[in-house]
Design a protein around this ligand. Structure first.
Ligand code: NIG
Ligand code: FE
Length: 406
């Protein structure tokens, strides 16, 4: 069954001609075609070009969608979320507005541990339902590929339930889902006095069970002040690699504790957050080919310094953008909002933000050969916006410009 989108006023292809990411000044080139057309067969893009050059042979029996006055872009690849959880942290949000800090609330046993308590009482059905609503909403806002982490169970059974819930969403095909095990998200209360014991549990009990379950593709660690040290994180990630998982790290969010050094040393696929990274960390990540995933919604919500995206782009690092959607530090599933924050607060151009949220997001998941741009041979992850030009998706902020996915 052939589908043709034609008369597209602004077709943003982000074409890369086989490159798995775009860096530096190349991020500026989003391969826009004015009055473009895209042909796909439901599983693969067959043709992309000027509407006037559309090969007539495709028209026979095809579904034709007229996109006059509309913009078409690759679906966003939201490569960092915590969309499967239970409960709410709105009361903590209100406390933070009244002056409490994220670290203070965490030190009192709130924060991630508040969500942990709710998750430990939740069934797979309940966890999946929370994730389902967020995934469906993310899709309505233009995301087609979404990574989801565990990390709110912090015991073997609860972590497996979170992964199972994420696995269910993947099976349901609501979006292309990639699953990450984040057992080392925080030290749970029962291990408070023996964090090394918890690290051993992650390595000796959780990782084998996670590997046996077969849903997770990545292992992530929160390497930061008050969470896991570089040494503990290295132990966990090396063990995860033995189980065939690809490696990610929450790095340089609260303080510089060597998380980026570790990410470069281990060859992680991405290092995420990077609010406090300096040129030194960024050069290490760049030289090791680690994707720098920036989460401006978190800096906004927690009033952290925004990551220095301009410096990272200037250094030629691979910069990606993601939501970090989670109940504590950034509760949005809307990638359009993330682009707006990236442009206004990190001084990225609209083109850089689009590249970071599509092709480079795909690189953060190791799937830029499959998605992240609109090119023949790739998956038809194609989103229509009800605006005449791609600039409007960022310019007209705070409302949903997404029209449909095809
Ligand atoms: O990515 N930094 C660590 N973890 C999450 C926050 C999780 C939470 O507060 O629930 C993050 O920001
Ligand atoms: Fe996160």
């Amino acid at each position: 069954m052939i589908t043709i989108l034609t008369n597209i006023s602004s077709l943003v292809t982000v074409r890369s001609n086989g490159a798995t990411s775009r860096v530096g000044t190349l991020m500026q080139d989003v391969g826009e075609i004015r009055n473009g057309a895209v042909v796909h067969n439901g599983s693969e893009i067959l043709w992309v070009g000027q509407a006037s050059e559309l090969p007539p042979a495709y028209l026979d029996g095809a579904t034709v969608i007229d996109c006059t006055g509309r913009t078409v872009m690759p679906g966003f690849v939201d490569s960092h979320t915590h969309m499967v959880f239970a409960g709410s942290r709105s009361h903590e949000f209100a406390r933070r507005l009244a002056g409490a800090s994220y670290a203070e609330i965490a030190a009192e046993g709130g924060g991630i541990l508040t969500t942990m308590k709710a998750v430990r009482h939740a069934s797979v059905d309940e966890l999946a339902e929370v994730g389902r609503r967020l995934v469906d909403s993310a899709v309505r806002h233009g995301s087609t590929t979404i990574e989801i982490k565990s990390g709110y169970g912090l015991d073997t059974d609860s972590e497996l339930r979170l992964l199972e819930a994420a696995g269910r969403l993947k099976q349901e095909g609501r979006a292309h889902i990639h699953v990450t095990f984040l057992g080392a998200h925080a030290v749970p209360p029962e291990w408070k006095h023996d964090p090394e014991g918890y690290v051993d549990l992650v390595i000796n009990e959780m990782l084998p069970a996670v590997s046996q379950q077969g849903i997770a593709e990545f292992c992530d660690v929160f390497t930061d002040q008050g969470f896991f040290t570089r040494q503990q994180s290295t132990r966990i990630l090396l063990a995860a690699r033995k189980h065939g998982l690809k490696l990610k790290v929450h790095a340089d969010e609260i303080a510089l504790v060597g998380a980026s050094d570790m990410a470069a040393e281990l060859g992680c696929i991405s290092a995420d957050h990077l609010e406090h990274s300096t040129i030194r960390e960024v050069q290490l990540l760049r030289d090791a080919g680690v994707v720098c995933t920036l989460l401006p919604g978190t800096a906004y919500t927690l009033r952290l310094p925004f990551p220095d995206a301009r410096m990272m782009i200037q250094q030629g690092a691979i910069v990606a953008l993601a939501t970090d959607c989670n109940p504590g530090s950034c509760f949005t599933e809307n990638m359009q909002t993330i682009l707006s924050l990236a442009c206004i607060n990190m001084r990225m151009s609209i083109e850089e933000a689009i590249t970071a949220a599509t092709l480079n997001g795909a690189a953060a998941l190791g799937i830029s050969n499959i998605t992240g741009s609109i090119e023949a041979g790739k998956r038809p992850d194609v989103v229509i916006y009800d605006v005449p030009r791609y600039h409007d998706v960022v310019y007209h902020f705070g409302t949903n410009q997404c029209f449909a996915q095809v």
